[in-house]
Every structure is written in C-alpha cells, then in structure tokens.
Ligand binder design. Sequence first.
Ligand code: NCD
Length: 307
Amino acid sequence: MLKGRHLIEPADLSIKEIDEICSLAEQILVDPAAFADVCRGKILATLFFEPSTRTRLSFEAAMLRLGGSYLGFADAAGSSTTKGESLSDTIRTVASYTDVIAMRNPKEGAALLASKYSDIPIINAGDGGHQHPTQTLTDLLTIRSIKGGFNDLTIGLCGDLKFGRTVHSLAKAMSRYQRVKFILISPSELQIPEYITSQVFKRSGIEYSTEERLEDVIGDLDVLYMTRVQKERFFNEQDYIRLKDSYILDNEKMKLAKKSLIVLHPLPRVNEIAPEVDDDPRAAYFKQVKFGMYARMALIAKLTGAI
Ligand code: NCD
C-alpha cells in the first residue's frame, strides 16, 4: 500500500511497488483520459529551494493532468526561509494546506528531515548531491519501456559520479535486479562515493568496474547514462572548468556502440552530448523527459490514494 508514504530514496519502494508504479504509468500513457479526474480536489505543493525545469514542471503538469491543482515556489527567495524560518516549520505549514509535497533542497538529508515533520507524503525531488528518486522512476520507466525489463543489463554511468544525485539513486535502484553490471566512467576526482560501492554494489554482489575513457567501454554497454558536471557543488571554480568537458558523446563515439544501446541523460545537458547525437535512434533522453511526467502521475496517484 503506497497511500500516505514518503519517497525519500529508491529503497523506500520495493521492486514490486516499482513495477506497480511503472505499470500504472504505462496505463496512463495509453489512456490519459481515463485518469484525468482521479486527483480532483487534491493539491500538490512544489517547494523548490534549488533551480529546476523538468522536475518541478513535470510534477505540476502531472498533478494538473490528474485533475488536481498545485501551489508552491520555484525560488526560496520569495518564501519565509529568507526570514530565518526552519525547514520543519515550513513543512508543518505547507502540510496543513496540501495533500502531497514534492521538495528539492540543496542540503543532503533535507527531505528525510521534512518527512519527520509531515503527516502527508513528502517526495524527495533532489537533496543536494545525495538522491533523486523520482528521476530514477523516470529512468526505470524509460529502460523498462524500451528494453522490456531490468535484468542482464550492462549500464555505463558517465560523468560526474561524485556529485550527481541521479546516478546515486539509479545505482541503488538497479542493484536490486539480476545480473546487472555497472561500468563507472569518470575522471578520478569525480568517482562515485565509496558508500555506493561498499554498501550498495558489494552488498548486492553487483559486478562493477571503473574506467576513465568512454571510448574504451562504450561498445560493451546496453544503457549509457550521461551526466553533467555539477557546477553548483564544486568548492573551486578552477576545478569545475578543468573537469567540465571531460566527456563529450558525439557521433564518432556512437559508431563504437551497440545498435541496441540506449543513451539516457537526466538533463539539463551542457556539453556532454553533442546535439548531432539527438538524431541517432539510440538517443532516448527526450523520450525520458516525457516518461518523467507519467512516472510522476503514477506516483502522485498512488501516494495520495487516488488509485
Ligand atoms: C538532475 C538533478 O537535478 O539532479 N536534473 C533533473 O532533475 N532532471 C540532473 C542535473 O541537474 O544535472
């Protein structure tokens, strides 16, 4: 039963619940009119203390397409946070006006903290460099729709694996499936945090390797998950400038890849995928954007108990 639950990180959902959400998202995709009213009278709050395009707008579009409404802010500068209000007081307030809260905050652990003060579901829409579980639902729905399932896949995670919260969440979620392998492609300074390799991969018996050159391993991949270097999480601009163009996927590199590869990216992209790749049938990142709204529609419908 998902009604009333929080979603702070992917492990909050069982494999069965992820399947249920993906199946519902696929049903909505096929027949959106049948779901156009299921959240009538319900309100989603979108509290975004950090910038966003896709995540916030897809949450809001999702609620509108379910017949509900939304309120919130896209910039904490206009909220009482600037007067010194604590996150817990903001959450208690918003929870008394709405039915479900999607929240993004620059601090790791902020969504978990918010969930302690909320009697309505909190959805983590990104907490600093930590986790981003609804991007993962989006990624899983995209992989399932194109690849037919999650087992037996070799997944390349490429770019900023240190600060990129989307890869942390995806790694956690995909580690629960059978015979999944990860190839971690990053500069040595942007390697995936140790807690993912020790507490997630090793504990789940997941095979993984670490690489620096994308062209050496692209031919082995079923899924290539590109990410941008997370400028806002660097302490030093010089380091960002030095590392920002570490990987650029272009048609030359795509020639080395399998015909059945899919290329994903949570977006926004900066330079890491050349626009020429957009026309390659293996480029799935704009399909992924669309799946994101349906994944969030299914999640909202489940957490609010509408379905
Ligand atoms: C990602 C994020 O916010 O972590 N964006 C998104 O939600 N699709 C990725 C990023 O900002 O690089």
